[in-house]
Design a protein around this ligand. Structure first.
Ligand code: HEM
Length: 569
C-alpha cells in the first residue's frame, strides 16, 4: 500500500474511532447512570461530529460556497434553478469546487480535461452513478447498476442501437409524426395555441412506446386518457427533484443506502406519497413490458421492436446468458423514461430556438426542401448525413440546453483529479452545462449559432474533444447515442467522429419536425395571463431557457404547416 493511502486509511480509522467513542460513551451513560439527558447529549455530539464537522474538515482543501451544518447548500439549491447556480459557483470558485447536498459532499468539475480524466481515463475508479432515489429495478437494468453486471447488461442492449435497428424504427417515428402533423393542422384551423412541450412529450412517448414496447400508446390522442400515458407521466413526475422531492431521496442524502431503501419500501405502500406514485406507475409499465416480452418470446410475431430483441435475441457478452424477465422489465422501463423526456425536451427546444432565429430557420427549410425535392420525404436513419445543418441545429440546441446539465459518478477509492484529492465515496458532478457555456470552448456562448459545429469551422477544429458532452462520456455514455466514442482517447479520432456522423435516432424527429415548415411565434402564458412575445433569443428568449421550469408552460401559435410529402406531391 502506498504511503498516501496508508495515511488516508489511518484518517478514516481515526474518524470511525471518534464516532465509536462517542456512541460508546452514550451507551455507558444510559446503562450505568440511567441518564437519558447525558445519552442524548452524546448522541447529538456524535451527529454534529459525523455530519457537521467531519465533512467540512475533510473537504476544507477544496474551495466552494459557504454552507450550513447538516443541510449544507440545500436551501440555495432548492430556491434557484440549480444548473444556473452551479454555473455561477463555478465562475466564483473555479473549475473544481465543492458543495454540500445536506451533509453529503459533492465535487463539481467544469473543465474538459478533468471531466475526461474522471469519465474516461479513471473510469474503473469512477464507474458508478449514484442512485437518484431508491427504485425496485436496481440493481438490475443499466442506469443504476454496477460493475461486471452493468457491463454485461449494457452489452446485451447495445445491438439495439446498431444502424439496421435504427433504420427499422423509422416506421414508428413517421407514424407518430403524421399524427402530430394532423394535430397542428387542426390547431391552426381552430386558431388555438399549442403547448409545445406537451406536444413533443406526447410525440416522444408515442415514438418510444412503439419502438420499445411495440405498443401504440396513443399519447397524442387527447380525447382518450390512456392508462399507459398516465403511467409514463407518473414515473417521470415522481423522479423530479424539486421542492417536493421524494422523501426517500432526501433520506438518502443523510443516511446510508440501506436506510434509504427501507424508507422507500415503507413509503411506496403509502398512497399519496411520491414514492408510491413512482412505484405504482413503474409497475404498470413493467407489467406491460413483461406481458409483451412473454408474447414475443412464445409467439411468432415479426415485430422488430426493442422488446422482441430483448426477449428473443439479446445475450450478455462473455457469458452468452439470456436476459431474465426481471431484467427485461427494468430495461424497457428505463428506455422509456430515459428516451422520452430527453427527446421531447430537445425537440421542443430546437423548435423554440429556430422560431427565434429566422436565419437558421431559413437554412433548415432550405436543406429539408432540397432533400424533399431529391425524393427524401420521410428520412430514414441512413439519410441523416444529408441533413448536416439540421444536425448542427440539434447539436447547438443540446449545447445551450443540455437535457442533463451534469452527469454524476462516485469515487470508488480516494484519488487525485486535477491536483485535488477526492476521498473515496464522494459524488462527483461532471458539469456539462458549465463547459457548454465556457468562452474557452465556445465563442460567444450565449448566442444560438449552429454553424459553430460546422465540421470544417475553426471553432469546431480547435475545440477540446471533451468540451461538448450532451450524451455524457466514456463507457457509461448514453446508450441512445448511436456512435458512442467508448473509451476512445484519441483526440484526433474523437473530433473526426463527432463532426462527421449524425447523432442517432433523435435527429429523425427533428428533421421531420422542421420539415413541417412551421411558422410560429412563441408566447409565454404567465400566471397573470399576460402574454410576452419573445422576439429574439438574446432577450427574453435566453432568460426563459435558463429558467427551465417556466419552459414547460411555453405556448406556440402555429400559423402554417406543410408536410414535404404533400408539398412536393
Ligand atoms: C436527446 C436525447 C438524449 C440525451 C440528451 C441523453 C442524455 C444522456 C446522458 C447525459 C446520460 C448519462 C451519460 C453519462 O453518465 O455519461 C444518458 C444515459 C443513458 N441514456 Fe440517454 N439521452 C438521450 C436519449 C436517450 C434515448 C433515446 C435512450 C434510449 C432509447 C437513452 C437511454 C439511456 C440509458 C439507458 C442511459 C444509461 C447508460 C449507462 O448507464 O450505461 N437516452 N443519456
Amino acid at each position: 500500500m502506498k504511503a498516501g493511502s496508508k495515511k488516508l486509511e489511518r484518517q478514516k480509522g481515526a474518524r470511525q474511532f471518534v464516532s465509536a467513542l462517542f456512541l460508546g460513551a452514550c451507551l455507558l451513560c444510559t446503562v450505568f447512570w440511567g441518564s437519558w439527558l447525558a445519552a442524548l447529549t452524546t448522541l447529538i455530539l456524535t451527529a454534529v461530529f459525523h455530519w457537521g464537522l467531519a465533512p467540512a474538515v475533510r473537504f476544507r482543501h477544496i474551495p466552494g460556497p459557504s454552507f450550513r451544518p447538516f443541510i449544507g447548500n440545500l436551501p440555495e439549491l432548492a430556491e434557484k434553478e440549480y444548473p444556473e447556480l452551479i454555473y455561477q459557483w463555478s465562475l466564483q470558485y473555479g473549475p473544481v469546487f465543492r458543495l454540500f447536498m445536506g451533509p453529503s459532499p459533492i465535487v463539481v468539475l467544469s473543465d474538459a480535461e478533468s471531466i475526461k480524466t474522471v469519465g474516461v481515463k479513471l473510469f474503473q475508479d469512477f464507474h458508478t452513478r449514484p442512485p437518484m432515489q431508491s427504485t425496485e429495478t436496481a440493481p438490475v437494468g443499466i442506469v443504476f447498476s454496477k460493475g461486471a453486471y452493468w457491463a454485461g447488461a449494457r452489452s446485451a442492449v447495445m445491438p439495439l442501437f446498431h444502424s439496421e435497428q435504427l433504420e427499422a424504427y423509422a416506421l414508428a417515428i413517421h407514424g407518430a409524426l403524421h399524427k402530430m402533423q394532423a394535430r397542428l393542422t387542426s390547431a391552426i384551423s381552430e386558431e388555438k395555441p399549442i403547448e409545445l412541450k406537451r406536444l413533443t412529450q406526447q410525440l416522444a412517448i408515442d415514438i418510444i412506446g412503439r419502438a420499445a414496447f411495440g405498443v401504440d400508446f396513443d399519447a397524442q390522442n387527447e380525447s382518450t386518457t390512456s392508462p399507459l400515458v398516465a403511467a409514463g407521466n407518473g414515473v417521470i413526475d415522481a423522479m423530479k427533484f424539486g421542492k417536493a422531492a421524494p422523501l426517500d431521496t432526501i433520506v438518502g442524502l443523510f443516511f446510508p443506502k440501506y436506510i434509504q431503501d427501507w424508507t422507500a419500501e415503507v413509503l411506496k405502500r403509502i398512497p399519496g406519497t411520491l414514492a408510491n406514485m413512482g412505484y405504482v406507475n413503474r409497475r404498470i409499465l413493467m407489467d406491460v413490458a413483461q406481458q409483451t416480452a412473454h408474447e414475443r418470446r412464445t409467439g411468432g410475431s415479426a415485430e422488430r421492436d426493442f422488446l422482441t430483441y430483448l426477449a428473443r435475441t439479446a445475450r450478455v457478452k462473455d457469458t452468452g446468458r439470456k436476459l431474465s424477465d426481471k431484467e427485461i422489465r427494468a430495461i424497457s422501463m428505463e428506455v422509456l423514461v430515459a428516451g422520452s423526456e430527453t427527446t421531447a425536451t430537445t425537440i421542443a427546444m430546437a423548435v423554440y430556438f429556430l422560431t427565434l432565429n429566422k436565419e437558421a430557420q431559413a437554412k433548415v427549410y432550405e436543406e429539408v426542401d432540397r432533400n424533399a425535392k431529391a425524393g427524401i420525404k420521410e428520412p430514414r436513419y441512413s439519410d441523416l448525413s444529408k441533413y448536416p445543418y439540421v444536425e448542427q441545429v440539434v447539436k447547438e440546441t443540446l449545447r445551450i440546453f443540455p437535457v442533463a446539465p451534469m452527469v454524476t459518478r462516485t469515487a470508488n477509492r480516494t484519488l487525485d483529479v486535477a491536483g485535488v484529492r477526492i476521498p473515496e465515496g464522494t459524488q462527483v458532478w461532471l458539469a456539462i452545462n458549465n463547459m457548454h457555456r465556457n468562452e474557452l470552448y465556445f465563442a460567444d456562448p450565449d448566442r444560438f449559432w449552429p454553424e459553430r459545429f460546422d465540421p470544417q469551422g475553426a471553432e469546431q477544429l480547435r475545440r477540446h474533444p471533451y468540451a461538448y458532452l450532451p450524451f455524457g462520456l466514456g463507457p457509461r455514455m448514453c446508450v441512445g447515442f448511436k456512435h458512442a466514442r467508448v473509451a476512445d482517447e484519441s483526440a484526433g479520432r474523437d473530433r473526426d467522429e463527432t463532426s462527421r456522423r449524425p447523432s442517432g435516432g433523435r435527429a429523425y424527429a427533428v428533421a421531420q419536425l422542421v420539415a413541417l415548415r412551421h411558422k410560429s411565434v412563441p408566447t409565454d402564458s404567465s400566471p397573470s395571463g399576460r402574454r410576452e412575445r419573445h422576439q429574439s433569443l438574446d432577450k427574453a428568449g435566453l432568460k426563459h431557457v435558463r429558467a427551465m421550469k417556466k419552459f414547460s408552460s411555453l405556448h406556440f401559435h402555429v400559423s402554417h404547416v406543410s408536410e414535404p410529402s404533400k408539398h412536393y406531391g
